[in-house]
Design a protein around this ligand. Sequence first.
Ligand SMILES: Nc1ncnc2c1ncn2[C@@H]1O[C@H](COP(=O)(O)OP(=O)(O)O)[C@@H](O)[C@H]1O
Ligand SMILES: Cc1ncsc1CCOP(=O)(O)O
Ligand SMILES: [Mg+2]
Length: 280
Amino acid sequence: MTQSITEVFADAFKTTFPLKSSPLVDCITNPVTIESMANALLYIDAKPVMADLPEEFPELFTQIDALLLNLGHISPERKDSLLAAGRYAAETHKPAVVDLVGVAATQLRYDIGQQLLQNHPNVIKGNISEVRRFAGLKSTGRGVDGSQLDQSVTALAELTKALQELTERFPNTTFLATGETDLVVSAKGQWRLENGVPQLDRFTGTGDIVGALTAALLGIGLSNDEAVVLTVSYFNCCAEVAAAQNTAGGIASFREKTLDQLSLLADQADWVKMVKGEAL
Ligand SMILES: Nc1ncnc2c1ncn2[C@@H]1O[C@H](COP(=O)(O)OP(=O)(O)O)[C@@H](O)[C@H]1O
Ligand SMILES: Cc1ncsc1CCOP(=O)(O)O
Ligand SMILES: [Mg+2]
């Protein structure tokens, strides 16, 4: 019999939310969603700092608890700063998350993602189409968005196998592919998460926020697998509550309600009962 996700990660589900300390997360990210990301961190009681000049890293890395590297908008300067921060995090043993935004779209982002992988970051994530391309599989993603075609049962099974092979070379990295079903693969196991609503694909920054919140949970000491599973489950449960409240509203209202829940749902002790997912 398969084990439910709340059984596998029972301690983390019981003790993580609301946060008991405020991890400081440096986010090197894109200008499209930078404000949403900073606020999402504050809503869960984490602290954002959006510093990307390498000259600042020696001072800054003595203060931060975790690092988020998001490939969503590349300039020559941001490319240098992503690569420098990735190396610096490895040298200073700071937990790091890499978000492969747009890797399905361009070779340049794919190459940066592969370079960042060489630092053995704690987590590499993207939507299902980005992660398929990253894992060497055919991907039908467009721009920064995932494609429904990459969500089939066969495609998910193929991706699970490809990621398992990657974890043999990168055993300290957990891989997360998001979408209608979220797939988590690490050297310790594979899990499928089933929360969320389709409207999450209709406003920008949902994946970016998941990346930043994952870094925050790493910053308070959760394991890679715990941080990924708790973040995706919590964020997607917030969206489910928002969708249920938003019967007459449009997507902008749904967005606001989802973000609002980030600061509210943690205080509802039984939110964990909403969580759906299982070990594969
Ligand atoms: N169709 C869907 N049904 C349920 N949850 C979804 C759906 N699409 C996306 N999500 C959720 O929204 C978040 C962002 O995922 P996704 O849209 O794949 O990332 P990105 O914004 O990077 O493209 C994840 O938590 C994911 O589980
Ligand atoms: C960088 C960027 N470019 C267009 S939308 C966007 C934000 C992408 O965020 P997400 O990956 O969360 O959809
Ligand atoms: Mg994304």
